[in-house]
Design a protein around this ligand. Structure first.
Ligand code: FES
Length: 80
């Protein structure tokens, strides 16, 4: 099993656009945080695809430990 890496211990505030599709980096290895750049290759971790329902600012998880992916659920506060 590959481990997720912590990209940063706080969420990324990003603006998403209604109807657009996004791929949230779940492995923590992407250089284009919080989005996937293909760096998960060789791990068994896949990005989380989602489509924006409305245009808004959202907080995407940066620590990769959220249980509500792709969004921050506060889990970063429990990390050592
Ligand atoms: S940044 Fe991961 S839960 Fe907040």
């Amino acid at each position: 099993m590959s481990q997720v890496q912590i990209a940063q211990k706080e969420p990324y505030a990003v603006t998403i656009e209604a109807g657009k599709k996004y791929a949230w980096c779940a492995c923590g290895r992407s250089a284009k945080q919080p989005y996937c750049d293909g760096a998960h290759k060789g791990t068994n971790i896949l990005p989380v695809l989602f489509e924006a329902e409305s245009s808004e600012t959202v907080y995407l998880c940066g620590c990769k430990h959220t249980k509500g992916h792709p969004f921050c659920d506060g889990s970063h506060n429990q990390l050592p």
